[in-house]
Design a protein around this ligand. Structure first.
Ligand code: HEC
Ligand code: HEC
Length: 473
């Protein structure tokens, strides 16, 4: 079921659609008011107009609230548990509604690692690491500081088709009842476009609607991340969901290409408000409930920009973005060895594009709640700071090694090990690093990964164009 579509009246009344407010609320990174202050103060400092642009490394992104929900009073910004954390602790409006290493380090330095973000329950590499001295805290919170990773702790189901045969945990904590899964906080914005909640889709509410899933997610977040002792009231839940499900975030201005809605382009979050969405829209495998065939042109925001090289630096940058958009939609490569695709259809190699998996038009997630294994959790790709889990198939004795079993831990299905959700691709520039485990530090690293993994054969220019495009999402 979909979340309701926003009305434009609020936006018109605030001047967002006419651009006046956007210009008035541009803030640059030195003004990042939330960095480096304890959450108790951050909750007040976060009381910025929600319609605010924030600087990121390549320009500015803009968040708009379609219902005008006001920030200061919302429980999203208030600690509801016992450890001083609020939702905003890990979903910061000025870090693209996630958290990012630069701001985390600044916060650590400003508070000597005492800010509520730094809590051993899931902020440290193991709950058993000592955190008495600043140096101990630096070590204990290294995954947060280096890659913005939170330790999600989940058990292997007794009913699973596999058992845990071996654990290599550099932090000497994980076992079958508490796997340590180091994951990036997903942005708490653009949620109207979701069909599954969390990297592994594990947040599931009563009636199977996304709203129910988000409610279950919020209850769980308060109990775990915030170490809450009491269930939130339904009024508090409604308030938090009212905020997060009405937010739209996208890059709005690019340092090289300029305003992303200039020259007939439809970049920025305003166009997202009207974006049609339902589960299965433009499904690549023919699952669109309206019967419409898949159209690989998932992104067409920059179709009015010329793709031809130009001496004018802004026009040249626009052309690069427009070419990158074409590469995303049009450049074919062979999709091989992807769990959830090749094994399901029984064909070892199928031609596809970036938009085959990222098939939701103008948003870029997968429009059905499906999970795919593209190899990001393969043991062979794991950096030394990640645990490695060896699973044995109870029926066949087969062995697989991953740093995070993803969807497999939720369903207990052997075939689901290593599968993750195909995430929303808007507001990317403000939320590095990428992939569930932060293994790609930059968008260049993301494209490097795909170019190698799928043997795409991108030239240096193609890669630069594709990255320039991803930065404008
Ligand atoms: C300590 C950090 C932390 C805190 C505090 C926190 N979150 Fe999260 N949040 C995360 C992480 C990490 C994930 C991804 C976990 C996963 O997928 O396994 C996440 C995922 C989410 C998602 C899923 C988004 C999507 O695209 O599926 C939503 C929604 C969300 N959080 C909302 C909240 C709310 C509401 C609160 C407060 C009640 C909250 N979070 C508190 C770290 C945090
Ligand atoms: C076979 C399916 C598939 C194809 C093809 C594919 N992706 Fe992905 N993409 C995924 C999945 C699944 C994830 C999440 C993986 C993870 O986090 O472990 C992802 C994640 C990403 C992310 C990271 C987003 C974030 O929030 O961390 C970016 C950026 C991205 N893809 C861009 C691309 C581009 C560009 C292409 C084409 C070169 C592409 N994808 C092709 C399935 C695919």
């Amino acid at each position: 079921m979909k979340l309701s579509k926003p009305s434009k009246s609020f936006l018109l009344s605030t001047g967002i659609l006419t651009g006046t407010l956007v210009a008035a609320t541009l803030v640059s990174s030195p003004n990042h008011k939330l960095a480096g202050v304890p959450t108790a103060q951050a909750a007040t400092a976060a009381a910025l107009p929600i319609t605010t642009s924030f600087a990121d490394p390549t320009g500015f992104y803009l968040t708009i609230s379609s219902n005008g929900d006001n920030v200061p009073s919302n429980e999203f910004f208030h600690p509801l548990g016992t450890n001083g954390r609020a939702c905003v602790t890990c979903h910061q409006p000025d870090e693209a509604w996630s958290i990012t290493p630069g701001a985390i380090q600044a916060k650590f330095n400003a508070t000597s690692g005492m800010d509520p973000l730094f809590r051993t329950v899931d902020g440290s590499v193991s709950p058993n690491f000592p955190v008495c001295t600043v140096q101990q805290r630096r070590e204990a919170y290294s995954m947060l500081l280096n890659k913005g990773l939170i330790r999600v702790s989940l058990p292997v189901l007794g009913s699973a088709q596999f058992s845990l045969a071996n654990v290599y945990d550099p932090y000497n904590y994980a076992d079958a009842d508490h796997l340590s899964l180091f994951r990036r906080p997903l942005p708490a914005t653009n949620l109207r476009f979701l069909t599954a909640v969390m990297w592994d889709g594990r947040a599931v509410g009563g009636n199977g609607s996304v709203t129910d899933d988000l409610e279950a997610q919020a209850i769980n977040a308060i109990a775990t991340h915030e170490q809450g002792a009491v269930q939130p009231s339904s009024a508090d839940l409604a308030q938090m969901l009212g905020l997060e499900t009405n937010l739209y975030t996208a890059q709005n201005f690019d340092k090289a290409a300029g305003c992303l809605n200039a020259g007939g382009a439809a970049g920025g979050p305003v166009a997202l408000l009207d974006d049609d969405f339902y589960a299965g829209i433009n499904d690549v495998a023919g699952g669109d409930p309206t019967g419409k065939a898949f159209n690989s042109n998932v992104f067409t925001m920059y179709s009015t920009w010329s793709t031809t090289a130009n001496k004018n630096p802004v026009l040249a940058a626009e052309a690069s973005v427009a070419r990158g958009e074409r590469i995303f939609d049009d450049r074919q490569f062979e999709i091989t060895g992807v769990g959830g695709i090749n094994d399901v259809i029984g064909i070892p190699s199928v031609p596809g594009t970036c938009s085959s998996c990222h098939d939701d038009p103008t948003v870029g997630n997968h429009s059905l709640p499906e999970f795919l294994n593209i190899g990001t959790a393969d043991a062979a790709r794991a950096t030394a700071d990640l645990p490695i889990y060896t699973f044995r198939n109870k029926a066949t004795g087969a062995i697989v090694q991953v740093s995070d079993p993803g969807r497999g831990l939720i369903t207990g299905n052997w075939a689901d090990i290593g599968k993750f959700r195909t995430p929303i691709l808007r507001g990317l520039a403000g939320r590095a690093p990428y992939f569930h485990n932060g293994s790609a530090q930059t968008l260049d690293d993301v494209v490097d990964f795909y170019n190698g993994r799928f043997n795409i054969g991108l030239s240096a220019q193609d890669q630069a164009d594709l990255v320039a495009f991803l930065k404008t999402l």
